[in-house]
Design a protein around this ligand. Structure first.
Ligand SMILES: [Zn+2]
Length: 400
């Protein structure tokens, strides 16, 4: 192990013997009391030294025997250490591609905050390279989602859409003006290649999707077989299909157990979610049934919107579309990294001009055959917000 105090966290002294590692309540930790020798040792934890060398340095600066190991294990327990040599073979393979790692080092620093294990960040980043995601829709939202996922290290991002790029599809994070008139799937494929930080490795086996994200375990796959989809992002160019998704096109995902996430902009409203974990969290049909229960006119309205002509010009605020794409990609990555984002069992909405994000719960319905209601009743887990870390104050812990 080559321990390093997580480089993402800024350090500051609250007083002569108390150090705060980290700025924001989500990840900051306060350590104290810290004596000058321990403080010197903290500076040596930069990932360039293994434990034997650190013990030598510790005894040279007068630390009692065993103190180095005690401090390292204490800091690791507090979630403050990275191991610059850990993470296993996939992490080692990634380290052999310094150009790729240079591109992804801010993502690695961020992932290392999420995972308390010293090799958790690099392990998760390396795992992204084995994932396959499909994005359906290559408009302002969909193409940008695909670009972000590829840029964040997801190994395979497939984009599906029909027709040719139109001027209104062009976005700073999406397809380019030069692509107007070209096939949408081809230009999106080029965009993904352009954004990806290096080629994905040849895989021995894919990640299997699970309700807690696809990083949980591995399955053996025949050589040359396409890896299963870890996630499908449904980002239709007509935002009505994200706001009021038709359950029928999602039926194959429900049958195969493929997690899928809706995102889009309809009129002046951007939506992200729900993230559907088939049989676990509310699906498109649950969403539809819930709305019909609250508003008896909903099915009639929906039938008119779907059968009527789409507006000649569909509103889509470029900045809102970019924000929707960013949030959708962040939720997709959180899920694929093994966490449960806030869009499972909820939908996030922001409307112009205020643009404040608010969550609309999407509870599973007993009348829906997806089975999420029974499971939710049994487990009471999905509708709970798991991440309450933003409400935490920095927690104080003792260094010795
Ligand atoms: Zn359902």
């Amino acid at each position: 192990m080559h321990p390093r105090v997580k480089p993402a966290l800024r350090r500051g002294w609250r007083d002569l013997t108390t150090v705060q590692v980290g700025v924001t309540p989500a990840h900051a930790v306060v350590l104290g009391p810290v004596d000058p020798a321990t403080a010197s040792l903290l500076h040596l934890l930069d990932g360039t030294r293994g434990l034997p060398l650190l013990r030598e340095e510790g005894s040279r600066i007068g630390l009692p025997e065993g103190h180095v190991d005690k401090l390292v294990s204490y800091l690791a327990g507090a979630g403050l250490l990275d191991d610059t040599t850990g993470g296993g073979p996939s992490a080692d393979a990634l380290r052999k591609r310094p150009d790729t790692l240079d591109r992804l080092c801010p993502d690695l620093a961020s992932l290392s905050l999420v995972d308390r294990e010293p090799d958790g960040g690099i392990r998760r980043l390396a795992a992204r390279r084995d994932l396959r995601v499909q994005v359906r829709g290559a408009g302002r939202v969909g193409a940008s989602v695909a670009a972000v996922l590829a840029g964040a290290g997801v190994g395979q991002v497939d984009v599906l859409d029909g027709g040719c790029v139109r001027p209104e599809d062009v976005a700073p994070g999406g397809v380019r003006a030069e692509d107007i008139g070209e096939r949408r799937d081809m230009s999106a494929r080029r965009l993904v290649r352009r954004c990806a930080p290096g080629r994905a490795p040849r895989r021995a086996g894919p990640r299997r999707t699970s309700p807690r994200g696809p990083s949980a375990d591995r399955v053996v796959r025949a050589p040359g077989a396409e890896p299963p989809l870890s996630l499908v992002v449904l980002a239709p160019r007509d935002g009505l299909s994200a706001y009021a998704p038709d359950p029928c096109p999602a039926e194959p995902f429900m049958v195969s157990g493929t997690p899928h996430l809706y995102a889009g902009v309809v009129e002046g409203t951007g939506v992200v979610g729900p993230l559907v974990l088939p049989g676990v969290s509310a699906c498109a049909r649950c969403l539809d049934l819930g709305r019909s229960e609250r508003d008896p006119a909903w099915p009639r309205m929906l039938a008119q919107w779907r059968s009527g002509r789409a507006p000649a010009v569909q509103a889509c605020d470029l900045a809102l579309a970019t924000a929707v794409a960013g949030l959708a990609a962040a939720h997709a990555l959180a899920f694929m990294d093994g966490r449960l984002p806030a869009s499972a069992g909820a939908r996030w909405e922001a409307a112009v001009p205020g643009l404040g994000w608010r969550a609309e719960p999407v509870p599973p319905q007993w009348t829906c055959p997806c089975g999420a209601a029974e499971r939710s009743e049994r487990e009471h887990t999905i509708t709970e917000r798991e991440d309450t870390s933003m409400e935490r104050e920095p927690h104080e812990t003792m260094a010795r």
